[in-house]
Design a protein around this ligand. Sequence first.
Ligand code: NAD
Length: 254
Amino acid sequence: MGTTVVTGAASGIGAAARARFERDGERVIGIDLRDTDVSADLSTVDGRQSAIDSVRECAGDGIDRIVLCAGLGAHIEDLGLILSVNYFGTIALLDALLPDMAGRQGAAALLIASNSVQFAPFGDCDFVAAMLDGNEKKARELVANENGFMAYGGSKYALCCAVRRRAEAWGSEGVRLNAVAPGATKTPLLQGTIDHPLYGRGLKGLKAPLGRRAEPHEIANLIAFVQSEEASYVHGSILFVDGGNDAATRLDQF
Ligand code: NAD
């Protein structure tokens, strides 16, 4: 057991992951806007740096694992904010904390993507290219012409690319890096999207083959496995946990 940093730890999937880690005997340092160990706004450069400084201070003798859950849904009006939290806030912590984990037994980092990465050809989008270039200002400008589903799915697609692009370098540092891609999960973020007059209708048409939405602890179960020694050869992977939605949508593409 060791120390895991969890962003978005105050709610939903992050809170379920925290509870699961603590039940397993892990020490957790939570980051969120409020109601956890470290309060920080991951949408800003200063907030990200303050989160990094604070978790290092709290951790004391080092960080073993990180799980980056903080995110905003497609219903948020400020599309640039979706990219700033979901992608740039996540990547800033991910890259900054690599040296803290490198060389530690069982070190692993995990991002939370989404099954929405399959809903559009995000690889062709200019705002996604700007995200992957690390250009937050340009990505925010370009995404203003899109809608919430595109901004959200694009931010998650870019996270998946970021995992795969880092697999070589992170592997050589001895730190496993993966993404979990959940389907619709009963959290305040999902409820916000359901309640939106336009995006709520889009979600209604999205039926998982298992015929129901996930509970947060069902996502936390996979998170706990991927971050454990049981998953010691799982690296550079995007793991769908979506009740069969990806299979049903993309059939023979994998
Ligand atoms: P949630 O709203 O319950 O939790 C998200 C957390 O992120 C909240 O506690 C919120 O305060 C925090 N957060 C938002 N903006 C922040 C900021 N600027 N700085 C710091 N923290 C901030 O939602 P959730 O569904 O548990 O989402 C967790 C992750 O799972 C997100 O990345 C989301 O995109 C992803 N996800 C969720 C679903 C779903 O259906 N719920 C599906 C796929 C992926």
